[in-house]
Design a protein around this ligand. Structure first.
Ligand SMILES: Cc1cc2nc3c(=O)[nH]c(=O)nc-3n(C[C@H](O)[C@H](O)[C@H](O)COP(=O)(O)OP(=O)(O)OC[C@H]3O[C@@H](n4cnc5c(N)ncnc54)[C@H](O)[C@@H]3O)c2cc1C
Length: 397
């Protein structure tokens, strides 16, 4: 049997949250889209059990899900709004609090399980007549021609081709490497431990984060009033030692580190860890090729921005591509891709730099820095105008 060759208008490599959202945005045109993922497309989301991986998503990301008419489905399953946020310095002397009402919003953001988002996105993608799903395949080769990129699939009996290929294939992006795109990368020297916990006291829909010299510890409120998802970032050795503890010993260590802000920890779920690395590509685009989401940048989770930045990439790239299509261009122009690169690189760079600043400021015990950050938090807490500006940036408004 010969090799079959299927032409598309756009191929998206990677069916994570960012790639799927982008495919659905582009499916509003009359173009043929392929989404290629090395894994399968069925998420094993179960309502009976919280996913250990959750994301704090901003009102800007909610707007994107609304635009795709997916938000009400997510809400019907389970999303957890948070109306307040408290951040404090590890020893409790500096503290700042934010409230949604100060910026006229109902919520500062929402905690949503990653598997839930994937479940809702995949259902819609599978129902779309314009999107073809190619899953469970290993990509082998990227071949470039003047007018199109051709991707060879490992199976060897199929070639997908399109004038535009988009990499949404995560931090280790195959497409980024195949296109020889260089990245700046730096180990944050932190691993993140995530876990669902039941606390003695209710969370009152407040997201809380303690900045300790070893790293930040966040409690993100879930639907039940005393259940939170935690993200504990610290030195790899420290995280490894926390992973070795029994559930009971881990519950005590966690409550102590969090200064019993929510009382004792009554139950802990399975723990998972992730190494944290800052990555930022030097190029977001080449002719006929673009990168979005974690394929283009990864950031410390301390401000819960990685996915939000990825969704903002997808929103802008889709908008610019659709403008080209609306002008009856068959191909997406390189100048269009460069516009996307300029806008998103600047925005993402600002956030990456801000996270570095945070990590440096809170990540050490130099007395002057300690005094500055405690005073900084307390003074800022009394400046509503500055607080609102910080909030608006964090919410993507
Ligand atoms: C501990 C932790 C907490 C976080 N908390 C938040 C938060 O609160 N808020 C927030 O906004 N962000 C958060 N993030 C960041 C967020 O999880 C990521 O930015 C986001 O999931 C990236 O989505 P993506 O679709 O770009 O990539 P991914 O989710 O990595 O998806 C990539 C997809 O590509 C596929 N793929 C990979 N390689 C190939 C290949 N060779 N061929 C085909 N397919 C391939 C994969 O199977 C996968 O489906 C957090 C991250 C961590 C580690």
């Amino acid at each position: 049997m010969g090799i079959s060759k299927t032409p598309y208008d756009v191929i998206i490599v990677g069916g994570g949250i960012v790639g799927l959202a982008l495919a659905l945005l582009l499916a509003k045109s009359n173009k043929r889209i392929a989404i290629v993922d090395k894994k399968g497309c069925v998420s094993d989301f179960k309502l009976a059990q919280y996913d250990v991986r959750v994301s704090a998503i901003t009102p800007a990301s909610v707007k994107l899900f609304r635009q795709l008419e997916l938000w009400s489905e997510m809400v019907a399953l389970r999303v957890s709004p948070f109306t307040q946020m408290e951040v404090w310095d590890g020893d409790g002397r500096g503290r700042i609090a934010f409230d949604a009402s100060s910026v006229g919003e109902n919520a500062l953001g929402y905690i949503v399980e990653n598997k839930l988002m994937l479940h809702v996105l995949w259902q819609r993608v599978l129902a779309s007549a314009q999107i073809e799903v190619v899953t469970g395949v290993e990509l082998e080769r990227l071949q470039r021609h003047e007018d199109k990129a051709i991707i060879d699939l490992h199976a060897g009996d199929r070639i997908l081709s399109a004038p535009l290929v988009i990499g949404a294939d995560g931090a280790q992006s195959w497409l980024r490497q195949a296109a020889n795109i260089a990245i700046n990368a730096r180990d944050y020297q932190h691993h993140a431990l995530v876990c669902t916990v039941t606390t003695e006291k209710p969370h009152h829909q407040t997201a809380r984060q303690a900045f300790m010299p070893q790293g930040p510890l966040a409690f993100l409120p879930l639907e039940e009033s005393n259940v939170c998802s935690i993200v504990w970032s610290s030195a790899p050795g420290h995280i490894e030692s926390l992973m070795q503890l029994s559930d009971a010993a881990f519950a005590v260590a966690l409550a102590e580190a969090f200064q019993y802000q929510l009382g004792a920890i009554l139950e802990v779920g399975p723990r998972a860890t992730f190494p944290l690395t800052m990555r930022h590509v030097k190029q977001y685009v080449q002719p006929g090729l673009a990168l979005v989401g974690d394929a283009a940048h990864t950031i410390h989770p301390l401000a819960g921005q990685g996915l939000n930045l990825g969704l903002a990439d997808a929103a802008l790239l889709a908008q610019l591509i659709m403008e080209d299509y609306a002008h009856k261009h068959d191909y997406v122009k390189y100048s269009t891709l460069r516009r996307y690169e300029r806008a998103r690189k600047a925005d993402n760079m600002t956030m990456l730099a801000a996270m570095d600043g945070f990590k440096q400021l809170f990540g050490n015990d130099i007395p002057l820095l300690k005094w500055l950050r405690q005073r900084g938090l307390n003074v800022t807490d009394r400046l509503p105008f500055i607080k609102d500006l910080i909030l608006q940036k964090a919410m993507g408004l």
